[in-house]
Ligand binder design. Structure first.
Ligand SMILES: *Cc1c(COP(=O)(O)O)cnc(C)c1O
Length: 422
């Protein structure tokens, strides 16, 4: 068996991600397990999410693959690995199960599960970039992503160019400057809900030999499939909708290209920012129900956005499902639903935003998003405090709602009560 420290290219995470070597006697590629049934039409998303990488345990028949906590694996003689498992940092069957499922969900061939979304982003950037290169990114990217790139990778010699990605010609210009190696897109964006044209930016990236990375955390693979639209890498904070229950922190990177998979897989193995087995298990369980949860998140968010548009205390509702949202037509084209996130700007400015943020009862004041319970966030001082005073700063009268799956009537009453207190 190959030593991964001397030859990372032969079969570590990359092969495991496809399930070719790592799933035991019932091993099958991600496709056969979920995405395609040979000779028939491709299987649907919900089927893949429930079944890919989730073969029953061959020893007991347990329908749910067991949680593997072991950090190391007995060898049948020196180098005699069973199904490629050697040591928990290089591969773990529970993580493999999640990676196969994630790859199928995003329509990719390889997936890598990390300890957080930012750990996944860091691994991708350091796997594909070198000091002296430049990354062009949206000027309303997640604050933590901007902090990572500007302060950690910046100190390492990467230059960040944040800009408005809706102006495709200007993006093409920025990308044709020398050393633009990566174009980083988040759509819908956080927290302004801007929609970016993935297909158009993929063409620009391809024509300049750069890689297009899409942060698909807000949309989820259920609503948006960036690889099919031409993206090279999809990243996720699985902490959000994929985990779905606010009980796990995790991240993922998904690719279709074998060379890219090799680079990211080696980074994951050599640096070690992997997800632990229990976290991987929880993310897998979450992903199985993503489709049904997203249907309800979308329906509730649409109802809340429609309700708030007419409220006198509200200056503006930012939701791509609204016909007057600047990205509405594009969202209709590249997404199969408008998502569960709604941002609202209040007419009463920052004081009103603070009061409502602290005034709801069902909507809990907390960072993060994508869980079954509704959350309220005041980005200026919470999730986006790190970008205050930069060009990524967010309006001070903005509230970001992560709309949960509760009864929507109760959620609307909760918001109305808080707005009535202004
Ligand atoms: C939360 C989030 C991240 C970071 O993920 P962590 O799991 O918190 O490290 C990245 N991108 C987006 C869009 C997010 O919402």
């Amino acid at each position: 068996m190959t030593d991964p420290t001397t030859d990372p290219t032969t079969g570590h995470t990359a092969d495991h991600a496809t399930g070719h070597t790592a799933s035991g006697p019932t091993a099958s590629p991600a496709g056969a397990a979920g995405a395609e049934a040979p000779g028939r039409r491709p299987r649907g998303f919900a089927t893949a999410a429930v079944h890919a990488g989730q073969e029953f345990d061959p020893t007991t028949g347990a329908v749910v693959p067991p949680l593997h906590l072991s950090s190391t694996y007995a060898q049948d003689g020196i180098g005699g690995l069973r199904n490629g498992y050697e040591y928990g940092r290089s591969a773990n069957p529970t993580r493999t199960s999640l990676q196969v499922q994630l790859a199928a969900a995003e329509g990719g061939s390889y997936a890598f599960s990390f300890g957080s979304g930012l750990a996944a982003e860091d691994a991708v950037i350091r796997a594909v970039m070198r000091p002296g290169q430049r990354i062009v990114m949206g000027n309303d990217a997640y604050g933590g992503t901007y902090r990572l790139i500007s302060r950690i990778h910046g100190a390492w010699g990467i230059e960040a160019t944040p800009m408005d990605l809706s102006d495709v010609d200007r993006v093409a210009e920025a990308m044709s400057a020398p050393e633009a190696a990566v174009l980083w897109v988040e759509t819908p964006s956080n927290p302004l809900m801007a929609i970016t044209d993935i297909e158009a930016l993929a063409k620009i990236a391809r024509s300049t030999d750069a890689l297009l990375v899409v942060d698909n955390t807000f949309a989820t693979p259920y609503l948006q499939q960036p690889l099919a639209l031409g993206a090279d890498v999809v990243v996720h904070s699985t902490t959000k909708y994929i985990g779905g229950h606010s009980d796990v922190v995790g991240g993922a990177a998904i690719v279709d290209d074998a060379d890219l998979a090799e680079k990211i897989g080696f980074q994951q193995f050599a640096v070690g920012a992997i997800s632990g087995p229990l976290d991987a298990y929880l993310a897998t369980r979450g992903l199985k129900t993503l489709a049904v949860r997203m249907d309800r998140h979308c329906r509730n968010a649409e109802a809340i956005a429609a309700h708030l548009v007419d409220h006198p205390a509200v200056e503006r509702v930012l939701y791509p499902g609204l016909a007057d949202h600047p990205g509405h037509e594009l969202a209709k084209r590249q997404m199969s639903g408008f998502g569960g996130m709604v941002s609202v700007q209040l007419a009463g400015g920052e004081p009103a935003a603070r009061k409502v943020a602290e005034g709801t009862k069902l909507f809990q004041l907390a960072e993060s998003l994508g869980g079954i319970e509704s959350l309220m966030n005041f980005p200026h001082e919470m999730t986006h405090a790190s970008v205050q005073g930069t060009e990524l700063a967010v309006p001070e009268n903005l509230l970001r709602l992560s709309v949960g799956i509760e009864d929507v009537r109760d959620l609307i009453d909760d918001i109305d009560d808080a707005l009535a207190g202004l």
